[in-house]
Write a protein that binds this ligand. Structure first.
Ligand code: 8YV
Length: 321
């Protein structure tokens, strides 16, 4: 029997990542790529020194409590870790890592795509062509909202938020942001700090959510905070669906309080919220934030770097607990 660590990779990852993992670990792979249930994750822990999981695998308190003592490390193939009960993992002495940095560019691309798509009515235009209803051209047809020169409010000016700001500056946007603390001047690059989302939302034309989901900010976008937004604002979410009260957002999109929304994440995934499909002012994608070939490989490399460090007796670069 090999003395290499046993690693279970719970979802189907790109081939270069699996090939690299196979060089250092005894692998268990999820052949049909189904989302492992809590019981299946517990079963895996009895046969694994390490798990590499995606945000689709839920490590609840109960699941973690029933993990085998054999399991030493969970390497997330994601930057967000709201699917993991970190306190429970810490209490069990299980090391947890994530994959920051490597997905910031890809996620920021999707944030800008959603912003532009929502503002310029990309969904409606696409539909018109596909349905063959583009029968005449008119100066009044499908007038959108210009993004260039507008004020963008970024909630969560971390790694992704900072890249969104940089890209948005390419559209001459004025950047405002809300964070726990103001950024150092050289990092802020002129972005205006707001202590509260109330102040931020009142000041900007367009909003991008780029903060992690925590126990404190669940449904931070709700009837009250939408009221703080400017009439006709545009809202974009590439962070997490649980940050949004979707019923309140739908109401605001129906009433015209918000001009449009661009959404990559939903309270219920997969599937999303069918009510959004009836709104032509919603431009949406199925959680594609980090889904580029380059980034999927980089995320795998980052997760493996963390595992390699751990099994070499070193501190993993992205250790969370
Ligand atoms: C990933 C994400 O695709 O990393 C994250 O937090 O939300 C996504 O972009 C996903 O989590 C992979 O597990």
């Amino acid at each position: 029997m090999s003395d290499r660590p046993r690693l279970s990779i719970t979802r189907e990852l790109v081939a270069p990542v699996v090939d690299r993992a196979a060089q250092s670990y005894e692998l268990w792979l999820n052949d049909d790529d189904h989302v492992l249930t809590g019981d299946e994750l517990i079963a895996r822990s009895h046969d694994s020194d390490a798990l590499m999981i995606c945000h689709s695998e839920i490590l609840s308190k109960d699941v973690v409590a029933n993990f085998s003592d054999r399991l030493k490390i969970v390497a997330n193939y994601s930057v967000g870790v709201d699917h993991c009960d970190l306190d429970a993992l810490k209490a069990r002495g299980i090391v947890v890592t994530n994959t920051p940095d490597v997905l910031s560019d890809a996620t920021a691309e999707i944030a800008l795509l959603l912003l532009l798509g929502a503002a310029r009515r990309a969904y409606e235009g696409d539909q018109m062509l596909r349905q063959g209803t583009w029968t005449h051209w008119a100066p009044s047809q499908m007038n959108g909202i210009q993004v260039t020169g507008k004020r963008l409010g970024i909630v969560g000016m971390g790694r992704v938020g900072q890249v969104v700001a940089r890209r948005a500056r390419g559209f001459d946007m004025e950047i405002h942001y809300c964070n726990r603390r103001p950024l150092p001047t050289e990092v802020a690059e002129g972005a205006v700090f707001h202590e509260s989302i109330e102040s931020l939302f009142q000041a900007v034309d367009m909003i991008s959510l780029n903060c992690p989901a925590t126990a404190d900010n669940e449904r931070m976008i709700n009837a009250q905070s939408i009221e703080w937004m400017r009439d006709g604002a545009i809202f974009v979410n590439t962070a997490r669906g649980r940050l949004v009260d979707e019923a309140a957002l739908i109401k605001a999109l129906q009433s015209g309080k918000l001009a449009a929304a661009g959404l990559d994440v939903f309270q219920t995934e997969p599937g999303g919220n069918p009510a959004f499909a009836n709104l032509s002012n919603v431009f949406m994608l199925p959680h594609l934030g980090s889904s580029t070939r380059e980034t999927r490989k980089a995320m795998g490399d980052r997760a493996l770097d963390n595992l390699d460090a751990f099994f070499a007796g070193q501190e993993p670069l992205d250790r969370l607990v």
